[in-house]
Design a protein around this ligand. Structure first.
Ligand code: GRG
Length: 287
């Protein structure tokens, strides 16, 4: 299956499951549900759910056991985007092709919608009934993962970190959720530990390639395709790969990470071909 059909199919499957989760949200104020829906169904790529579901299929041929984790990872990712866009953080006006949630509904509603998504994610994850997965997702999203990476990222603004420091920022801010998406899908499909180890390397290298590509797109991308303005990293003095090592070296590093991700799949057969193509897509994408 080609990458865009794969992403499209997994996005549809995830959206249907997310819709069911929200429909069962009895008793929640209508404004909160509307705000959550505004951000959740704004046309994200559903990249993390696709990783969860795709990994489960590589291992077990069926992605159903991993569907709660796919929903949970998208809810956590969407909450992180809502909070990242707030005036206290990046103060962004556009996300996923529409005004950011705080521009549409105000800051307080945006904070609460993010809180609601984060808590609902763990409700959804509980359905999968695997305590190890719940703990790994919590750790990846939390202080030693995405939240910690976000703090380091803010602290690095207007500074020139070393490449190792930059890697640490991004391993937390972006890499942790991508890595745990692959691990959760594998664990919920009953993978053996050697398979989980190889897929973890794939997830780590893919996350790195994804972040470098994201930094490159902020310089060279098309705002209409991205659904948000370009050039904001440089305007804010953000520590990015192009800022630290230059554009040419950034592209080389992205390709090296892509190749390392593909190499990590050597023990798998044609069932992992879509994931090999996905690694190429991550560095070649325009949105
Ligand atoms: C607020 C705790 C907290 C964390 C924020 C997600 C994040 C951490 C910051 C966003 C800043 C950013 C642009 C990071 C680069 C990588 C990234 C997460 C890009 C957005 O993810 P995509 O491309 O977005 O998967 P869609 O909209 O397609 O889901």
């Amino acid at each position: 299956m080609d990458v865009s059909s794969f992403l499209g199919a997994k996005a549809q499957r995830t959206d249907e499951a997310l819709d069911r989760c929200l429909a069962s949200w009895a008793g929640a104020p209508a404004l909160l549900v509307e705000a959550v829906r505004y951000s959740l169904f704004a046309g994200g790529k559903r990249f993390r759910p696709a990783l969860v579901l795709g990994t489960a299929e590589i291992i077990g041929e069926c992605d159903t056991p991993a569907l709660p984790a796919a929903c949970a990872l998208e809810m956590i990712h969407t909450y992180s985007l809502i909070h990242d866009d707030l005036p206290a953080m990046d103060n962004d006006d556009f996300r996923r092709g529409r005004p950011t949630l705080h521009r549409a509904h105000g800051e307080a509603v945006a904070i609460l919608a993010g809180d609601a998504l984060l808590t609902m994610a763990f409700d959804a994850l509980g359905e999968a009934g695997n305590a190890t997965v719940i703990r790994e997702v919590a750790q990846a999203a939390g202080a030693a993962g995405m939240v910690g990476g976000q703090l380091l990222d803010m602290a690095a603004e207007q500074t020139t970190p070393t490449l190792d420091e930059l890697r640490r920022v991004h391993a937390g801010k972006t890499g942790a959720l991508i890595r745990v998406s692959v691990r959760a899908g594998a664990m919920l499909a009953g993978a053996q530990s050697t398979q989980i180890d190889r897929l973890t390397v794939y997830g780590e290298q893919l996350g790195l390639a994804f972040q470098i590509a994201d930094d490159i797109l902020d310089v060279e991308g098309d705002a209409a395709r991205l659904g948000k303005p370009v050039g904001s990293d440089a305007a804010r003095g953000k520590a990015t790969y192009p800022a630290i090592v230059g554009m040419a070296q950034s592209k080389t590093l992205a390709r090296e990470a892509m190749q390392a991700a593909i190499d990590a799949l050597d023990d798998f057969g044609c069932e992992a071909d879509t994931f090999r193509a996905l690694a190429r897509f991550v560095v070649e994408r325009d949105c």
